[in-house]
Design a protein around this ligand. Structure first.
Ligand code: 8YV
Length: 309
């Protein structure tokens, strides 16, 4: 008999096909209750942003594995997992480049007005000779990176190739980083034209990009977020953009996904993405294979491929 697993977030079709071949998959949003299957479920699969709601974790007494299709663990109660001897796995390494690419895509799109200009062409404004605002140069500008993990470093590498000056803030200085370190996030923002959020979500980073940081970035500054909406005080961000205290933003993540503040939808100095930084065929395939590998190892009693708990 195939083991039962609970799926909390859809995956790409070939991965779901492989899941279906090996497991009886219960897609949580389609289920009225977990009660009937709960005693048989030893593993759940979820996304980094979705995580596992506490009531779902509590409803599965035999749970032994939470396989995250992503690197963020902030939406899973890791302490509860440790207490209950539940393993938690992620998909490290394979999505770093795509997330860094998304940061650069948002940076270019917001700086050069790519989305606005696309609309200008589609809406027939070009032949009319309607005025369109100039963009801003990216090369030579100063980028501040919030969180210099794997993704932060990959963003730094790309920004340097664009001739940007890169500095960073993290909980502590990273000796071999080769980049200017600012112990204060406000100082980093003051010394940056563009602030890129690449820090892990969770209690330690909640709201660290606050009103003071946004004001330090200033009215010509640009905020890019490819990490977690929770790292930025979203109300302060909306207010700063509305009041012209911040120049623009490129956002892939939000505080209450999939809800995006209505005020942002009306701003054309803001570029919005629906949490898609790792959403390429190649990366989602590689992530899905890691999830499949972790599930198979767990059910066979072999060592897990990429356990964080
Ligand atoms: C994914 C993410 O979009 O890695 C993460 O933590 O949030 C993203 O890469 C997500 O995990 C898939 O839902």
């Amino acid at each position: 008999m195939k083991p039962d697993i609970v799926l909390l977030e859809r995956m790409m079709p070939p991965i779901e096909k492989a899941l279906d071949a090996a497991y009886t998959v219960h897609y949580l949003p389609d289920m009225p209750s977990l009660e009937a299957i709960a005693p048989r479920v030893r593993a759940v699969v979820t996304g980094g942003g979705t995580g596992v709601p506490p009531d779902v974790m509590a409803a599965l007494p035999e749970l032994g594995l939470i396989a995250i299709n992503g690197i963020g663990t902030d939406a899973v109660d890791l302490q509860a997992a440790r207490r209950r001897n539940i393993h938690v796995t992620t998909t490290p390494g394979v999505l770093t480049d795509d997330v860094a690419d998304m940061a650069i895509a948002l940076l270019l799109a917001a700086s050069r007005g790519i989305v606005r200009a696309d609309r200008y062409v589609r809406e027939g404004e070009w032949p009319k000779g309607a005025p369109i605002a100039l963009g801003h140069r990216v090369s030579g500008r100063r980028m501040g990176i919030v969180g210099l993990g794997h993704v932060g470093r990959a963003i730094a590498h790309r920004a340097q190739a664009f001739g940007m000056q890169v500095a960073y803030n993290d909980v502590r200085e990273i000796p071999d980083a080769g980049l200017a370190f600012h112990a204060s996030l406000t100082d980093l923002a003051r010394c940056s034209d563009i602030l890129v959020v690449a820090a892990a979500g969770g209690a330690g980073s909640r709201g660290i990009v606050n009103e003071g940081v946004l004001d330090a970035l200033g009215s010509a500054g640009l905020l890019i977020n490819v990490a977690r909406g929770s790292v930025v005080d979203e109300s302060a961000l909306v207010a700063a953009l509305r009041d012209g205290r911040l120049g623009g933003a490129g956002l892939d993540v939000f505080a209450h996904e999939p809800d995006v503040p209505a005020a942002l939808l009306a701003m054309d100095n803001v570029v919005l993405q629906p949490h898609r930084a790792s959403a390429t065929v190649e990366t989602r395939q590689a992530m899905g294979e890691m999830v499949l590998g972790n599930l198979a190892a767990f059910h066979a009693g072999r060592p897990l491929l990429s356990a964080v708990v």
